[in-house]
Write a protein that binds this ligand. Structure first.
Ligand code: COS
Length: 390
Protein backbone atom coordinates (compact mmCIF):
# COMPACT_ATOMS: atom_id res chain seq x y z
CA UNK A 1 0.00 0.00 0.00
CA UNK A 2 2.68 2.51 0.96
CA UNK A 3 6.06 2.96 -0.64
CA UNK A 4 9.07 3.65 1.52
CA UNK A 5 10.52 6.50 -0.50
CA UNK A 6 14.25 6.35 -0.02
CA UNK A 7 17.11 4.29 1.32
CA UNK A 8 18.87 4.48 4.63
CA UNK A 9 19.04 7.98 6.07
CA UNK A 10 22.26 8.34 8.05
CA UNK A 11 21.06 11.40 9.96
CA UNK A 12 18.00 9.68 11.29
CA UNK A 13 17.35 7.28 14.16
CA UNK A 14 18.92 3.94 13.33
CA UNK A 15 17.60 2.28 10.21
CA UNK A 16 16.03 -0.85 11.67
CA UNK A 17 14.22 1.04 14.46
CA UNK A 18 12.95 3.46 11.91
CA UNK A 19 11.84 0.78 9.49
CA UNK A 20 10.02 -1.03 12.31
CA UNK A 21 8.27 2.13 13.39
CA UNK A 22 7.32 3.09 9.83
CA UNK A 23 5.94 -0.43 9.27
CA UNK A 24 3.88 -0.26 12.44
CA UNK A 25 2.52 3.18 11.52
CA UNK A 26 1.54 1.98 8.07
CA UNK A 27 -0.31 -0.94 9.64
CA UNK A 28 -1.95 1.36 12.19
CA UNK A 29 -3.23 3.69 9.48
CA UNK A 30 -4.43 0.88 7.25
CA UNK A 31 -6.03 -1.40 9.82
CA UNK A 32 -7.07 0.94 12.62
CA UNK A 33 -7.64 4.44 11.24
CA UNK A 34 -8.98 4.03 7.71
CA UNK A 35 -11.97 1.94 8.93
CA UNK A 36 -12.85 4.74 11.38
CA UNK A 37 -12.83 7.60 8.85
CA UNK A 38 -16.58 7.74 8.29
CA UNK A 39 -17.30 7.67 12.03
CA UNK A 40 -14.86 10.51 12.70
CA UNK A 41 -16.55 12.53 9.96
CA UNK A 42 -20.05 11.83 11.29
CA UNK A 43 -19.31 12.39 14.97
CA UNK A 44 -16.82 15.23 14.40
CA UNK A 45 -14.40 13.73 16.90
CA UNK A 46 -11.59 11.22 17.13
CA UNK A 47 -12.39 8.37 19.55
CA UNK A 48 -10.48 8.88 22.80
CA UNK A 49 -9.08 5.32 22.77
CA UNK A 50 -7.45 6.05 19.39
CA UNK A 51 -5.82 9.18 20.82
CA UNK A 52 -4.51 7.12 23.74
CA UNK A 53 -3.05 4.56 21.31
CA UNK A 54 -1.35 7.39 19.42
CA UNK A 55 0.21 8.61 22.64
CA UNK A 56 1.51 5.13 23.43
CA UNK A 57 3.03 4.89 19.96
CA UNK A 58 4.99 8.09 20.57
CA UNK A 59 3.23 10.04 17.83
CA UNK A 60 2.85 13.21 19.89
CA UNK A 61 6.62 13.45 20.28
CA UNK A 62 7.97 12.24 16.94
CA UNK A 63 10.03 15.32 16.11
CA UNK A 64 10.64 16.55 19.64
CA UNK A 65 14.31 15.96 20.58
CA UNK A 66 15.02 12.78 22.52
CA UNK A 67 16.43 14.65 25.53
CA UNK A 68 12.95 16.17 26.02
CA UNK A 69 11.06 12.89 25.75
CA UNK A 70 10.45 12.74 22.00
CA UNK A 71 11.75 10.41 19.31
CA UNK A 72 14.01 13.01 17.70
CA UNK A 73 12.82 12.47 14.14
CA UNK A 74 14.53 14.62 11.57
CA UNK A 75 12.61 16.37 8.80
CA UNK A 76 12.83 13.47 6.37
CA UNK A 77 11.41 11.05 8.94
CA UNK A 78 8.77 13.57 9.84
CA UNK A 79 7.52 14.03 6.28
CA UNK A 80 7.56 10.26 5.77
CA UNK A 81 5.11 9.96 8.66
CA UNK A 82 3.07 12.75 7.12
CA UNK A 83 2.83 10.87 3.85
CA UNK A 84 1.71 7.76 5.72
CA UNK A 85 -0.94 9.64 7.69
CA UNK A 86 -1.96 11.53 4.54
CA UNK A 87 -3.48 8.22 3.41
CA UNK A 88 -6.28 8.70 5.90
CA UNK A 89 -8.53 11.56 6.89
CA UNK A 90 -6.47 14.63 7.99
CA UNK A 91 -7.91 14.97 11.53
CA UNK A 92 -5.96 11.89 12.64
CA UNK A 93 -2.64 13.57 11.91
CA UNK A 94 -3.79 17.01 13.03
CA UNK A 95 -4.51 15.91 16.58
CA UNK A 96 -0.83 15.10 17.16
CA UNK A 97 0.49 17.25 14.31
CA UNK A 98 0.47 20.54 16.21
CA UNK A 99 2.54 18.93 18.99
CA UNK A 100 5.28 17.89 16.64
CA UNK A 101 4.73 20.78 14.23
CA UNK A 102 3.65 24.40 14.58
CA UNK A 103 2.59 24.10 18.24
CA UNK A 104 5.95 22.87 19.54
CA UNK A 105 8.54 23.95 17.02
CA UNK A 106 8.72 27.54 18.26
CA UNK A 107 9.97 26.17 21.57
CA UNK A 108 12.27 23.65 19.89
CA UNK A 109 13.80 26.32 17.64
CA UNK A 110 13.90 29.43 19.85
CA UNK A 111 13.01 28.28 23.38
CA UNK A 112 15.33 28.55 26.38
CA UNK A 113 16.58 25.44 28.11
CA UNK A 114 14.09 26.04 30.95
CA UNK A 115 11.18 26.42 28.54
CA UNK A 116 12.17 23.24 26.71
CA UNK A 117 12.47 21.25 29.93
CA UNK A 118 9.17 22.54 31.24
CA UNK A 119 6.96 22.13 28.18
CA UNK A 120 8.41 19.73 25.60
CA UNK A 121 8.17 16.51 27.65
CA UNK A 122 4.49 17.18 28.34
CA UNK A 123 3.89 17.70 24.63
CA UNK A 124 5.94 14.66 23.62
CA UNK A 125 3.86 12.39 25.86
CA UNK A 126 0.61 13.92 24.64
CA UNK A 127 -0.22 15.05 28.15
CA UNK A 128 -0.82 18.50 26.67
CA UNK A 129 -1.83 19.43 23.17
CA UNK A 130 -0.32 22.57 21.71
CA UNK A 131 -1.56 25.15 19.23
CA UNK A 132 -0.09 28.00 17.16
CA UNK A 133 -1.89 31.34 17.37
CA UNK A 134 -0.90 33.77 14.62
CA UNK A 135 -4.02 34.52 12.55
CA UNK A 136 -6.47 37.20 13.68
CA UNK A 137 -9.81 38.50 12.40
CA UNK A 138 -7.98 41.32 10.58
CA UNK A 139 -4.71 39.58 9.70
CA UNK A 140 -4.45 36.31 7.79
CA UNK A 141 -2.00 36.41 4.88
CA UNK A 142 -0.68 39.75 6.13
CA UNK A 143 0.47 38.21 9.38
CA UNK A 144 2.76 41.11 10.31
CA UNK A 145 -0.23 43.44 10.68
CA UNK A 146 -1.53 41.55 13.71
CA UNK A 147 -3.10 43.67 16.44
CA UNK A 148 -3.06 41.54 19.59
CA UNK A 149 -0.96 43.43 22.11
CA UNK A 150 1.41 42.20 24.81
CA UNK A 151 2.30 45.06 27.12
CA UNK A 152 4.93 44.60 29.78
CA UNK A 153 3.65 45.14 33.33
CA UNK A 154 6.16 44.27 36.06
CA UNK A 155 7.02 40.59 35.85
CA UNK A 156 4.34 39.89 33.24
CA UNK A 157 3.09 40.78 29.79
CA UNK A 158 -0.61 41.59 29.52
CA UNK A 159 -2.18 40.21 26.34
CA UNK A 160 -5.29 41.64 24.69
CA UNK A 161 -6.80 40.61 21.37
CA UNK A 162 -8.36 37.74 19.45
CA UNK A 163 -6.77 34.93 17.45
CA UNK A 164 -8.92 33.24 14.79
CA UNK A 165 -9.28 29.75 13.23
CA UNK A 166 -6.78 28.30 15.67
CA UNK A 167 -6.38 24.58 15.01
CA UNK A 168 -6.79 22.37 18.10
CA UNK A 169 -7.69 25.43 20.24
CA UNK A 170 -10.52 23.60 22.04
CA UNK A 171 -8.18 20.72 22.95
CA UNK A 172 -5.01 22.73 23.57
CA UNK A 173 -3.26 23.10 26.92
CA UNK A 174 -0.66 25.49 25.57
CA UNK A 175 -0.43 28.11 22.81
CA UNK A 176 2.45 29.74 20.96
CA UNK A 177 1.06 33.25 20.56
CA UNK A 178 2.42 36.05 18.40
CA UNK A 179 1.53 39.48 19.79
CA UNK A 180 2.68 43.08 19.46
CA UNK A 181 4.95 43.87 22.39
CA UNK A 182 5.82 47.26 20.90
CA UNK A 183 2.59 48.83 19.61
CA UNK A 184 4.50 51.89 18.38
CA UNK A 185 6.47 49.75 15.92
CA UNK A 186 4.28 48.63 13.03
CA UNK A 187 4.94 45.47 11.02
CA UNK A 188 6.98 42.46 11.96
CA UNK A 189 9.59 44.24 14.13
CA UNK A 190 7.12 44.99 16.95
CA UNK A 191 6.03 41.37 17.36
CA UNK A 192 7.15 38.92 20.07
CA UNK A 193 6.20 35.29 20.65
CA UNK A 194 4.88 33.87 23.91
CA UNK A 195 4.11 30.52 25.44
CA UNK A 196 0.65 30.86 26.98
CA UNK A 197 -0.92 28.21 29.17
CA UNK A 198 -4.60 27.38 28.68
CA UNK A 199 -5.58 28.16 32.26
CA UNK A 200 -3.96 31.62 32.26
CA UNK A 201 -6.46 34.10 33.70
CA UNK A 202 -8.04 36.14 30.92
CA UNK A 203 -7.75 33.43 28.23
CA UNK A 204 -10.94 31.97 26.78
CA UNK A 205 -11.84 29.83 23.77
CA UNK A 206 -14.70 30.65 21.38
CA UNK A 207 -17.25 28.28 19.87
CA UNK A 208 -15.92 25.65 17.46
CA UNK A 209 -15.99 26.88 13.85
CA UNK A 210 -18.30 25.09 11.38
CA UNK A 211 -16.08 23.98 8.50
CA UNK A 212 -16.38 22.69 4.93
CA UNK A 213 -14.39 19.55 5.73
CA UNK A 214 -11.87 17.90 8.07
CA UNK A 215 -14.56 17.06 10.62
CA UNK A 216 -12.82 15.66 13.68
CA UNK A 217 -10.41 18.60 13.80
CA UNK A 218 -11.60 21.63 15.70
CA UNK A 219 -10.72 25.26 15.20
CA UNK A 220 -11.88 28.22 17.27
CA UNK A 221 -11.07 31.76 18.38
CA UNK A 222 -8.64 32.25 21.26
CA UNK A 223 -9.50 35.41 23.17
CA UNK A 224 -7.12 37.33 25.43
CA UNK A 225 -8.70 39.76 27.85
CA UNK A 226 -6.00 41.22 30.12
CA UNK A 227 -4.35 37.81 30.05
CA UNK A 228 -1.19 37.85 32.17
CA UNK A 229 1.78 35.88 30.90
CA UNK A 230 5.03 35.68 32.90
CA UNK A 231 8.06 37.33 31.29
CA UNK A 232 9.93 34.03 31.35
CA UNK A 233 7.34 32.70 28.87
CA UNK A 234 8.48 35.02 26.10
CA UNK A 235 10.00 32.96 23.28
CA UNK A 236 13.23 34.51 22.07
CA UNK A 237 13.99 38.22 22.29
CA UNK A 238 11.47 41.02 22.10
CA UNK A 239 10.71 41.85 18.49
CA UNK A 240 11.84 38.45 17.20
CA UNK A 241 8.45 36.72 17.36
CA UNK A 242 7.58 37.14 13.70
CA UNK A 243 10.82 35.46 12.67
CA UNK A 244 10.12 32.60 15.06
CA UNK A 245 6.70 32.21 13.43
CA UNK A 246 8.20 32.21 9.93
CA UNK A 247 10.82 29.60 10.86
CA UNK A 248 8.09 27.41 12.33
CA UNK A 249 6.04 27.79 9.16
CA UNK A 250 8.98 26.84 6.91
CA UNK A 251 8.91 23.50 8.63
CA UNK A 252 5.14 23.25 8.89
CA UNK A 253 4.72 23.82 5.18
CA UNK A 254 6.67 20.65 4.41
CA UNK A 255 4.36 18.73 6.72
CA UNK A 256 1.31 19.97 4.74
CA UNK A 257 3.08 18.90 1.54
CA UNK A 258 3.56 15.44 3.08
CA UNK A 259 -0.12 15.16 3.85
CA UNK A 260 -0.89 16.27 0.29
CA UNK A 261 1.32 13.54 -1.19
CA UNK A 262 -0.21 10.88 1.09
CA UNK A 263 -3.75 11.96 0.24
CA UNK A 264 -2.96 11.92 -3.48
CA UNK A 265 -1.56 8.39 -3.18
CA UNK A 266 -4.69 7.22 -1.37
CA UNK A 267 -6.96 8.82 -3.99
CA UNK A 268 -4.99 7.18 -6.79
CA UNK A 269 -5.29 3.79 -5.06
CA UNK A 270 -9.06 4.26 -4.75
CA UNK A 271 -9.26 5.30 -8.40
CA UNK A 272 -7.26 2.32 -9.65
CA UNK A 273 -9.45 -0.15 -7.74
CA UNK A 274 -12.64 1.53 -8.94
CA UNK A 275 -11.46 1.86 -12.52
CA UNK A 276 -10.78 -1.88 -12.66
CA UNK A 277 -14.13 -2.82 -11.11
CA UNK A 278 -16.55 -0.40 -12.71
CA UNK A 279 -17.94 -1.63 -16.02
CA UNK A 280 -19.25 0.82 -18.61
CA UNK A 281 -19.81 0.21 -22.33
CA UNK A 282 -19.13 -3.49 -21.51
CA UNK A 283 -15.59 -3.03 -20.23
CA UNK A 284 -13.83 -1.74 -17.12
CA UNK A 285 -13.23 2.00 -16.92
CA UNK A 286 -9.51 1.23 -16.69
CA UNK A 287 -9.47 0.17 -20.36
CA UNK A 288 -10.51 3.60 -21.61
CA UNK A 289 -7.60 5.80 -22.59
CA UNK A 290 -9.28 8.98 -21.35
CA UNK A 291 -9.47 7.35 -17.90
CA UNK A 292 -5.87 6.18 -18.20
CA UNK A 293 -4.83 9.76 -18.99
CA UNK A 294 -6.38 10.99 -15.76
CA UNK A 295 -4.68 8.23 -13.78
CA UNK A 296 -1.34 8.95 -15.44
CA UNK A 297 -1.53 12.70 -14.79
CA UNK A 298 -2.33 12.09 -11.12
CA UNK A 299 0.46 9.55 -10.74
CA UNK A 300 3.13 11.72 -12.41
CA UNK A 301 2.20 14.81 -10.42
CA UNK A 302 2.18 12.90 -7.13
CA UNK A 303 5.61 11.49 -7.91
CA UNK A 304 6.92 14.96 -8.68
CA UNK A 305 5.61 16.33 -5.38
CA UNK A 306 7.11 13.38 -3.48
CA UNK A 307 10.52 14.03 -5.04
CA UNK A 308 10.35 17.74 -4.16
CA UNK A 309 9.38 16.87 -0.62
CA UNK A 310 12.24 14.44 -0.11
CA UNK A 311 14.72 16.91 -1.56
CA UNK A 312 13.49 19.83 0.57
CA UNK A 313 13.42 17.75 3.76
CA UNK A 314 16.92 16.43 3.10
CA UNK A 315 18.22 19.95 2.52
CA UNK A 316 16.77 21.07 5.85
CA UNK A 317 18.34 18.08 7.60
CA UNK A 318 21.65 19.14 6.05
CA UNK A 319 21.30 22.55 7.69
CA UNK A 320 20.18 24.59 4.70
CA UNK A 321 17.62 27.39 4.96
CA UNK A 322 14.73 26.05 2.92
CA UNK A 323 12.33 28.99 2.79
CA UNK A 324 12.05 28.82 -1.00
CA UNK A 325 12.00 25.01 -1.19
CA UNK A 326 9.35 24.76 1.54
CA UNK A 327 7.14 27.33 -0.19
CA UNK A 328 7.63 25.66 -3.59
CA UNK A 329 6.87 22.21 -2.25
CA UNK A 330 3.84 23.34 -0.25
CA UNK A 331 2.46 25.23 -3.24
CA UNK A 332 3.02 22.44 -5.75
CA UNK A 333 1.89 19.56 -3.52
CA UNK A 334 -1.27 21.22 -2.21
CA UNK A 335 -2.33 22.36 -5.69
CA UNK A 336 -1.45 18.93 -7.05
CA UNK A 337 -3.68 17.08 -4.57
CA UNK A 338 -6.51 19.46 -5.45
CA UNK A 339 -6.22 18.35 -9.07
CA UNK A 340 -5.90 14.68 -8.11
CA UNK A 341 -9.01 14.91 -5.90
CA UNK A 342 -10.93 16.65 -8.68
CA UNK A 343 -9.99 13.92 -11.18
CA UNK A 344 -10.97 11.28 -8.62
CA UNK A 345 -14.47 12.77 -8.33
CA UNK A 346 -14.65 12.86 -12.13
CA UNK A 347 -13.49 9.26 -12.51
CA UNK A 348 -15.96 8.01 -9.90
CA UNK A 349 -18.72 10.03 -11.58
CA UNK A 350 -21.95 10.23 -9.56
CA UNK A 351 -20.44 7.92 -6.94
CA UNK A 352 -17.64 10.42 -6.40
CA UNK A 353 -20.18 13.00 -5.31
CA UNK A 354 -21.80 10.71 -2.74
CA UNK A 355 -20.70 10.29 0.84
CA UNK A 356 -20.77 6.45 0.51
CA UNK A 357 -17.26 6.67 -0.90
CA UNK A 358 -14.30 8.47 0.72
CA UNK A 359 -13.65 10.54 -2.42
CA UNK A 360 -15.96 13.47 -1.65
CA UNK A 361 -14.64 13.66 1.92
CA UNK A 362 -11.05 13.86 0.66
CA UNK A 363 -12.12 16.41 -1.96
CA UNK A 364 -13.37 18.71 0.81
CA UNK A 365 -10.58 17.86 3.23
CA UNK A 366 -7.64 18.59 0.92
CA UNK A 367 -9.10 21.96 -0.08
CA UNK A 368 -7.69 23.41 3.11
CA UNK A 369 -4.13 22.40 2.19
CA UNK A 370 -4.05 25.27 -0.32
CA UNK A 371 -5.03 27.75 2.37
CA UNK A 372 -3.60 27.09 5.82
CA UNK A 373 0.01 27.76 6.75
CA UNK A 374 0.08 30.23 3.88
CA UNK A 375 -2.13 30.31 0.77
CA UNK A 376 -0.79 29.38 -2.65
CA UNK A 377 -0.56 33.08 -3.45
CA UNK A 378 1.57 33.72 -0.33
CA UNK A 379 3.86 30.83 -1.35
CA UNK A 380 4.22 32.48 -4.78
CA UNK A 381 5.23 35.74 -3.12
CA UNK A 382 7.78 33.96 -0.92
CA UNK A 383 9.28 32.07 -3.87
CA UNK A 384 9.55 35.17 -6.04
CA UNK A 385 11.07 37.24 -3.24
CA UNK A 386 13.71 34.58 -2.61
CA UNK A 387 14.47 34.44 -6.35
CA UNK A 388 14.84 38.20 -6.65
CA UNK A 389 16.61 38.77 -3.33
CA UNK A 390 20.14 38.45 -4.58
N1 COS B 1 12.73 32.58 8.33
C1 COS B 1 13.34 33.52 9.09
N2 COS B 1 13.06 34.85 8.99
C2 COS B 1 12.14 35.23 8.09
C3 COS B 1 11.48 34.30 7.28
C4 COS B 1 11.79 32.91 7.42
N3 COS B 1 11.20 31.99 6.67
N4 COS B 1 10.59 34.95 6.49
C5 COS B 1 10.71 36.27 6.79
N5 COS B 1 11.65 36.41 7.76
C6 COS B 1 12.12 37.68 8.33
C7 COS B 1 12.58 38.62 7.22
O1 COS B 1 13.94 38.38 6.89
C8 COS B 1 12.39 39.98 7.85
O2 COS B 1 13.47 40.23 8.71
P1 COS B 1 14.15 41.72 8.79
O3 COS B 1 13.04 42.63 9.20
O4 COS B 1 15.22 41.56 9.81
O5 COS B 1 14.65 42.01 7.41
C9 COS B 1 11.15 39.79 8.71
O6 COS B 1 11.03 38.37 8.95
C10 COS B 1 9.89 40.26 8.03
O7 COS B 1 9.77 39.56 6.82
P2 COS B 1 9.02 40.16 5.55
O8 COS B 1 9.50 41.56 5.32
O9 COS B 1 9.16 39.20 4.44
O10 COS B 1 7.51 40.23 6.10
P3 COS B 1 6.16 40.54 5.35
O11 COS B 1 5.28 41.30 6.25
O12 COS B 1 6.42 41.13 4.00
O13 COS B 1 5.43 39.10 5.20
C11 COS B 1 4.94 36.91 4.41
C12 COS B 1 5.98 38.01 4.69
C13 COS B 1 3.85 37.35 3.44
C14 COS B 1 5.74 35.81 3.79
C15 COS B 1 4.30 36.45 5.75
O14 COS B 1 3.46 37.44 6.29
C16 COS B 1 3.53 35.16 5.63
O15 COS B 1 4.11 34.07 5.60
N6 COS B 1 2.18 35.23 5.59
C17 COS B 1 1.34 34.06 5.65
C18 COS B 1 1.04 33.75 7.05
C19 COS B 1 0.55 32.35 7.23
O16 COS B 1 1.12 31.39 6.74
N7 COS B 1 -0.55 32.24 7.96
C20 COS B 1 -1.09 30.98 8.30
C21 COS B 1 -1.20 30.93 9.78
S1 COS B 1 -0.75 29.44 10.47
S2 COS B 1 -2.16 28.20 9.95
Amino acid sequence: MFHFPYGENPMSIDHSTRKQLIDSLEKFVRERLIPLEAIVEKEDRIPSDVIEEMKTMGLFGLSIPEEYGGLGFNMLDDVTVNIIFGHTTPPFSTIFGTNIGIGAQGIVIDGTEDQKKKYLPQMASGQIISAFALTEPGSGSDAASLKTTAIKDGSHYVLNGTKRYITNAPEAGIFTVMARSDPKTPGSAGISAFIVERDSPGLSIGECDVKMGQQGTHTADVIFDDCRVPIENRLGNEGQGFKTAMKVLDRGRLRIAGMSVGAAERLIEECVVYAKERIQFSKPLAEFQLIQAMLADSQAETYAARCMLIDAATRRDNGQVITMEAASTKMFASEMVGRVADRAVQLFGGAGYMSDYPIERFYRGVRLFRIYEGTTQIQQIIIAREMLKN
